[in-house]
Design a protein around this ligand. Structure first.
Ligand code: CUA
Length: 332
């Protein structure tokens, strides 16, 4: 009976599409947009090529051994083959790949005295606290949103108050663990502008898969303008609904956990909301940021993100939920 070879073709095609779509996009280590990611992609291609060559050689030898009708080799030849193929070749191949990998490591470090933008990262349950410390300027805190200038190294120091996380922007470079009681260092240098996605790459608890962040790489001028806009205190409400929302936000104690600079809200437990309306996403990469999703989040965060630490405010009257959502949405 003929084998149904034709049926394999669409499956192969589908697999190829699946594999190929994993090679690009805002979160692909194979589509580098930073020096570290380029180095990793290069290392991967060397490793994969080396592994393929070794595999082809082994398969060729096996086929030759099966098909050959020559007499068995002498004991001396067999011993040489085992020594060469089992010890010398692996040592040379693996040693070369190790040397190639280690030789590039220092490129990922920036001398500590070089003036670079510094961002302190803290992994929270379950979101990201980013504290910008530009050289010679006061610090600035934001959450779940990283904006970086293209073409310059950025120094990250990462830590966490409670559980272990891992900070990873696959398009830009390597990942680094956030460990309680330790400060780890990482340098990333974006090489092209664009929008990327960062993730937590270490299982940390119930919302591990729901703590992503937006990364936007821009020209240096646009970055300076962004920092300046983020330094400004929160916008004053310019509609009655928004003013009502601000009053409700303050009177229901939201300011115990959140800061909105320019208002009495100075809480440090949750994300800084001074410019929350300008963020692309809500709930650490969970939802698009709109008045509707803001309202849903305030009412029932746990339902949208199991494990979210924020208490639910579903008991507030509908008008107040609408007003708070409108106020937060206006904070651009
Ligand atoms: Cu945080 Cu996984």
């Amino acid at each position: 009976m003929p084998r149904p070879a034709a049926r394999l073709v669409p499956l192969d095609g589908a697999l190829l599409v699946l594999v190929a779509t994993g090679c690009s996009g805002p979160q692909s280590a194979l589509d580098p947009a930073g020096t570290g990611a380029s180095w990793i992609a290069e290392l991967l291609s060397w490793m994969a090529s080396g592994a393929t060559l070794v595999w082809l050689a082994v398969v060729a030898l096996a086929i030759y051994a099966i098909r050959s009708d020559r007499d068995p080799p002498s004991e001396r030849t067999a011993r040489l083959l085992i020594l060469g193929g089992g010890a010398v070749v692996p040592t040379v191949v693996l040693g070369t790949l190790l040397w190639f990998g280690l030789a590039r490591m220092p490129d990922l470090l920036v001398p500590p005295d070089e003036p670079t933008l510094h961002v302190a990262v803290s992994g929270e349950e379950w979101w990201w606290r980013f504290r910008y410390e530009p050289p010679g300027e006061p610090a600035l805190e934001t959450a779940n949103e990283l904006r970086l200038p293209v073409g310059a190294p950025v120094r990250f120091t990462v830590t966490t108050p409670d559980v272990i996380h891992s900070f990873w922007i696959p398009s830009l470079g390597p990942k680094i663990d956030l460990i309680p009681g330790r400060v780890n260092h990482l340098v990333l240098e974006p090489t092209r502008v664009g929008e990327f996605r960062g993730v937590c790459a270490e299982y940390c608890g119930i919302a591990h898969a729901l703590m992503a962040f937006d990364v936007v790489v821009v020209e240096p001028d646009a970055f300076e303008a962004w920092i300046a806009s983020r330094r400004a205190p929160a916008a004053e409400p310019d509609a009655a609904l928004e003013a009502r929302g601000r009053d409700a936000f303050l009177s229901h104690g939201c300011g115990a956990c959140h800061t909105i600079r320019g208002t009495p809200a100075e809480g440090l437990v949750g994300p800084d909301l001074t410019h929350v309306g300008a963020r692309p996403t809500l709930g650490a990469g969970l939802l698009p940021n709109t008045p509707e999703t803001l309202r849903a989040w305030i009412a029932r965060p746990e339902q949208l993100k199991p494990g979210a630490r924020m208490p639910a405010f579903a008991m507030l009257p509908d008008e107040e939920l609408d007003a708070i959502a409108a106020y937060l949405d206006s904070l651009e």
